[in-house]
Write a protein that binds this ligand. Structure first.
Ligand SMILES: Cc1cc2nc3c(=O)[nH]c(=O)nc-3n(C[C@H](O)[C@H](O)[C@H](O)COP(=O)(O)OP(=O)(O)OC[C@H]3O[C@@H](n4cnc5c(N)ncnc54)[C@H](O)[C@@H]3O)c2cc1C
Length: 418
């Protein structure tokens, strides 16, 4: 049988592409190699599915540091607010959480995945699961899809929505890059983004701070001139191998890119008390020491930062935590506060791509038409989702990119074939 549109990959981009194509009246087939659709979507946002983000369009694009600007054009057709309307129109109530993140009211990713599946069903699109695609052959008029089973499927338009290479057990094993290259596309270097970072610092290796989480700290990545490349104020956690948590994930791609330039280590700067100005804070502490000379220095500083971090800082500055405030030198206290404001450590790597949340790099956006997601080199060939060289912070931005590019790819693949 010949289809108007075949979509390969049943993640958010492929599901949306199939819906958009079927809505246009195209005979649509969705091929998914796994036994379920939307496996990665179902584990996003901690299993609650962070389906999009409610921030204004410009802000959304700012939160997609990997070629987010490419999305201005697709957003003029279908944007984050359209995603919200789309789901609400299917009866999936959404609610806003911190930083504009949108989740289903049900708090269950299943609601989102099931809504997409039943929409596809209503539209009469054909879905085949447990159907891995092995290869793709491009022809002058139509394209042929070779399944691993040996079966061949012919289509007028092909949408490649197979995702990137992060967390491969969800099905995203990077199969689509070879098909893009075969059509003449450039695949830019792949790297992990939104990923935990590793460090050989002694305090990491001896696990002094392992498990310690810090709230709303300011974390910066430093360039070779020790100037911040990027700073994020969010939570973070020290782990047995390095650091993780939202602030770290957001900084991670900048660290990884510095390491890719050949730097062996990248320094990071942590301000544990970003909302207090250093000198003012120091003077407040000095005043408290003067007024409470018999209090231990630990009690004076208590409440400023988590106790474990305070203990660590006092030990590294050779201060006995129980020492009376009157007997501790002001200089040492000044140094401890300075270090809490400017704690510097180096990062020597990240966890591998398979453990990253998102893939950096991919099919070059220069070779894809932003208004349609069509290949500039091959008729009837469309790309959408994480296979593209577009990556955002976690917070619904990648799923937004997948749904928006999927929408455009499906619509236009249908129009071209019809
Ligand atoms: C744990 C986790 C949490 C995340 N949280 C967030 C978040 O909070 N916010 C956010 O914006 N993003 C988040 N992401 C990222 C987001 O989920 C992805 O960017 C998004 O799912 C990409 O969608 P996609 O459709 O391009 O690809 P995928 O979701 O990866 O789907 C690709 C599909 O293609 C199928 N496939 C692959 N190869 C073949 C083949 N040869 N034949 C047939 N089918 C094939 C796969 O089985 C898969 O089902 C998270 C990712 C992870 C891993």
């Amino acid at each position: 049988m010949t289809y108007d549109v075949v979509v390969i990959g049943g993640g958010p981009s492929g599901l949306m592409a199939s819906i958009a194509a079927a809505e246009k009246g195209a005979a649509t087939l969705l091929l998914e190699k796994g036994r379920k659709l939307g496996t990665k979507l179902a584990i996003s946002g901690g299993g609650r599915c962070n389906v999009t983000n409610r921030l204004p369009e410009d802000e959304v694009i700012k939160h997609i540091p990997g070629n987010g600007k490419f999305l201005y054009s697709p957003f003029s057709v279908f944007n984050n607010y359209d995603i919200i309307n789309f789901f609400e129109g299917m009866g999936v109530g959404l609610k806003e959480e911190d930083h504009g993140r949108m989740f289903p009211v049900s708090n269950s990713a299943k609601t989102v995945v099931n809504a997409l599946i039943s929409k596809l069903d209503k539209l009469g699109a054909e879905v085949r699961m447990n159907t891995p695609v092995k290869a793709v052959h491009y022809d002058e008029n139509e394209h042929t899809i070779m399944l691993e089973s040996g079966e061949k499927i012919v289509t007028k338009s092909l949408v490649v929505a197979v995702g990137g290479k992060a967390v491969p057990h969800t099905g995203s094993t990077g199969d689509g890059y070879a098909w893009a290259t075969k059509a003449g596309h450039t695949v830019t270097e792949l790297y992990p983004t939104e990923v935990a970072l590793t460090s050989s610092e002694t305090f990491i290796q001896n696990k002094s701070l392992q498990g310690l989480s810090l709230r709303e700290v300011s974390l910066s990545v430093l360039n070779t001139k020790n100037k911040p490349i990027i700073t994020h104020q969010m939570d973070m956690i020290f782990t047995h191998f390095g650091i993780s948590g939202p602030a770290v994930l957001r900084c991670s791609q900048f660290v990884v890119k510095e390491l890719m330039k050949g730097r062996q280590e990248v320094p990071m700067l942590l301000d544990v008390i970003p909302d207090r100005q250093e000198e003012q804070l120091t003077q407040t502490i000095f005043k408290s020491m003067k007024e409470n000379p018999k209090k231990s220095i630990k009690n004076i500083l208590k409440g400023l930062v988590p106790e474990r971090l305070l203990d660590y800082m006092l030990v590294t500055h050779n201060v006995d935590a129980e020492q009376k405030a009157a007997t501790v030198s002001k200089e040492v206290v000044r140094n401890v506060i300075h270090e809490l404001k400017t704690f510097r450590f180096t990062i020597n790597g990240s966890l591998p791509l398979k453990k990253a949340f998102v893939t950096g790099g991919g099919v070059s956006i220069k070779e894809v038409m932003p208004k349609t997601m069509r290949s500039k080199y091959m008729h009837g060939l469309y790309f959408c989702g994480e296979i593209l060289d577009i990556h955002g912070y976690t917070g619904g931005y990648n799923i937004t990119s997948a749904l928006v590019t999927g929408r455009l790819a499906g619509m236009n693949a249908a129009e071209e074939s019809l």
